[in-house]
Design a protein around this ligand. Structure first.
Ligand SMILES: Cc1cc2nc3c(=O)[nH]c(=O)nc-3n(C[C@H](O)[C@H](O)[C@H](O)COP(=O)(O)OP(=O)(O)OC[C@H]3O[C@@H](n4cnc5c(N)ncnc54)[C@H](O)[C@@H]3O)c2cc1C
Length: 601
């Protein structure tokens, strides 16, 4: 039975008043389902709207230059059968968007091959073979995933959370932030006790019970992950354990460890599948002595000689742990500075301290080859500081970055665009190129940090629940929990120079802080960057004990548009390290009395 239906602009994401730039069909023309009808273009994206049905075009209701939004009638079409009740409609709409939307940033359009696969998947969306129906499904239960799931549940949604591991919490809780900080605390106590000897208090050499230390770390993880399971239960979030893979734009199949699979049909999805440690092909990756951060946190033993490849945050945090536990540590970094990305003046106090403690720091150098022999791993170096001979190590820790898991979730079956590095592009509402599928956390871009993931998660959940929300922070703070800690937020000096941003800076040396001296750690500095005219804060960097805790105040200052007077006139408790921000602002204002700064002539 034929009938005339209105074809409307589908859900095209966060776009309103988007211009029609092309009309691709004529009245009287017969079109197949998926045939492109019109092209829309905004400053952010270009998209073709495909026909949801096969049929004949009766009448066009838009022309080039018109502005349209979701729901605008594009044309009237005579169809053999309207497909409004078609269960694959959701999938078709997704593919429609997937086939054409391109977002700026990490992603690109969906390749034709992926489109075809996704289209086929939607056609085959199983009817009746669905085990669970979810209003919102979340793939991955790291800090991004569990936050999205819990927030969506709190907003009244029926949520399914899929996780391949038995514990919730993802990398952060199980093999990332939490275990590393637990071991770093042990490292801090050891080094502080050691250093008190020069102030007249000696504890002697620490005796290490590595099994007990490992057990403590596991207990911390256990408490947190158990807590998450409880929180999921309280919110009636259904956890499905197994590896999830998209089967279509409306279904995910979860392969359980027991060989059983569960099919979850969803109305909206949040991809939160995170990232994995990067490996270097050609290295003896199967050798248990070559470890990544997960291997390092497993604390199998304390190697006598440890080489850390990669002088970024994760590598240096692990180096800090093993140095305190007694390993002789070397670090090799390809760039000419440790922690590339941080301002050099902030990294200097850390570099100075670890140069004294560690066996060797190789900058501008890389490991070209690792040979596994019975007595150790032999690393051959290349670069400006490379030793002539291969060096033998008991273990080598590879900390050369993390790879997003975008290529491991069958994204192409849902029409979700994944770029060549494995990232999934999203807009400010965390929407992928497929309007009802969102992505958050490590999988959708740098910086790969838990606090970015959790904030993105709330945005995605709120948008799905119909709230107006967007991810638009002024700054995502970065912290290295090394000794000393290095933390920064907002504009860095390095970025300001590259981008030609005008700034002034005020740096307060911790050698003038009573609190820093009283804890025996004057090796710190607090730096504020501010706008020369308005004196509003642009960025901040801190190196020193507890820098990671201190930086939060400056993030708030930036978000609130604070200027140097706001920071300088805010009374900070004395004697604290937080005063150093107060003092740095006073330096900017010229009101500092805790230091003598000669007046500019
Ligand atoms: C050693 C180390 C220390 C770190 N320290 C810090 C720190 O101090 N501060 C900080 O902010 N960040 C830190 N990070 C980074 C932080 O852990 C990540 O940014 C954060 O975990 C990302 O969260 P996420 O939710 O995006 O993904 P993840 O935490 O990676 O979680 C993704 C989850 O998805 C699951 N998953 C993936 N694919 C599938 C699938 N197909 N089916 C089912 N489940 C799947 C995974 O098993 C995992 O549980 C650290 C990382 C490491 C490695």
């Amino acid at each position: 039975m034929s009938q005339v239906i209105e074809v409307r602009v589908p859900d095209i994401g966060d776009f309103k008043d988007i211009e029609v730039t092309e009309i691709l069909v004529k009245p009287g023309e017969r079109v197949e389902q998926e045939h492109s009808l019109i092209t829309l273009e905004s400053d952010k994206a270009s998209m073709e709207i495909p026909s949801p049905y096969a049929g004949a075009i009766r009448e066009l209701r838009v022309k080039v230059g018109d502005k349209v939004a979701q729901g605008t009638v594009i044309l009237l079409m005579e169809t053999v059968e309207a497909a409004a009740a078609d269960p694959t409609e959701l999938g078709r709409q997704a593919i429609a968007a997937a086939s054409s939307v391109t977002h700026p940033g990490v992603g690109a359009g969906v390749p034709t091959e992926a489109r075809a696969q996704a289209s086929a998947a939607a056609e085959n969306t199983p009817a009746g073979g669905v085990d669970i129906h979810a209003e919102v499904v979340v793939l991955g239960a790291g800090p991004g995933g569990y936050t999205a799931a819990f927030r969506a549940a709190d907003l009244g949604k029926k949520v399914v959370l899929i996780e391949r591991f038995s514990n919730l919490g993802g990398v952060c809780l199980n093999v990332g932030c939490i275990p590393s900080k637990t071991l770093l605390h042990a490292a801090k106590v050891i080094t502080e006790a050691e250093e008190m000897a020069s102030h007249g208090v000696s504890f002697g050499k620490p005796s290490l019970d590595i099994d007990k230390l490992r057990g403590w770390k596991e207990a911390v993880i256990g408490r947190l992950t158990k807590g998450l399971a409880g929180l999921a239960k309280q919110r009636k979030v259904q956890v499905v354990q197994g590896k999830g893979s998209f089967e279509s734009p409306g279904t995910i199949v979860v392969a359980g460890a027991d060989g059983k699979s569960t099919r979850v049909r969803f109305e909206a999805c949040v991809i939160a599948a995170g990232s994995s440690a990067a490996r270097i092909p050609g290295f003896p990756n199967e050798d248990p002595r070559l470890i990544d951060s997960t291997g390092a946190l497993a604390l199998a033993d304390i190697p006598q000689r440890l080489l850390v490849i990669g002088g970024g945050i994760i590598g240096l945090e692990m180096a800090c742990v093993y140095d305190a536990l007694g390993s002789s540590v070397s670090v090799v970094e390809f760039m000419h500075q440790l922690m590339p990305g941080a301002d050099a003046d902030l990294v200097r106090p850390l570099a100075k301290r670890i140069e004294m403690r560690y066996e060797k720091i190789y900058l501008g150098t890389e490991v070209a080859q690792i040979e596994a022999r019975a007595d150790g791993l032999y690393a051959t170096f290349e670069g400006s500081a490379a030793p002539a001979e291969p060096q033998r190590y008991d273990r080598v820790l590879l900390a050369v970055g993390r790879r997003p898991n975008g290529r491991e979730i069958g994204a192409q079956m849902a029409g979700v665009a994944v770029n060549e590095r494995g990232f999934i592009a999203v807009d400010a509402q965390q929407r992928t190129n497929v309007p009802h599928i969102f992505a958050i956390g490590d999988i959708c871009g740098e910086p790969m940090l838990a606090h970015k993931a959790t904030h993105e998660a709330k945005v995605a959940a709120e948008v799905i629940a119909g709230h107006k929300a967007a991810f638009d922070p002024l700054s995502i703070p970065l912290v290295a929990y090394t000794d000393p800690e290095v933390a920064w937020m907002g504009l860095t000096e390095t970025a300001a120079k590259v981008q030609g941003v005008a700034y002034e800076k005020a740096t307060f040396p911790w050698a003038a802080s009573g609190r820093a001296l009283s804890i025996g750690r004057e090796d710190g500095a607090t730096k504020l960057l501010y706008d020369p005219k308005s004196r509003r804060i642009l960025g901040a960097g801190i190196v020193g004990v507890n820098a990671g805790e201190l930086i939060a105040e400056m993030v708030l200052a930036l978000e609130m548009g604070a200027d140097m007077e706001d920071v300088g006139l805010t009374i900070h408790p004395h004697p604290t390290l937080s005063e150093t921000m107060n003092f740095a602002a006073e330096m900017a204002l010229g009101t500092i009395t805790d230091l003598y700064v000669p007046k500019k002539k």
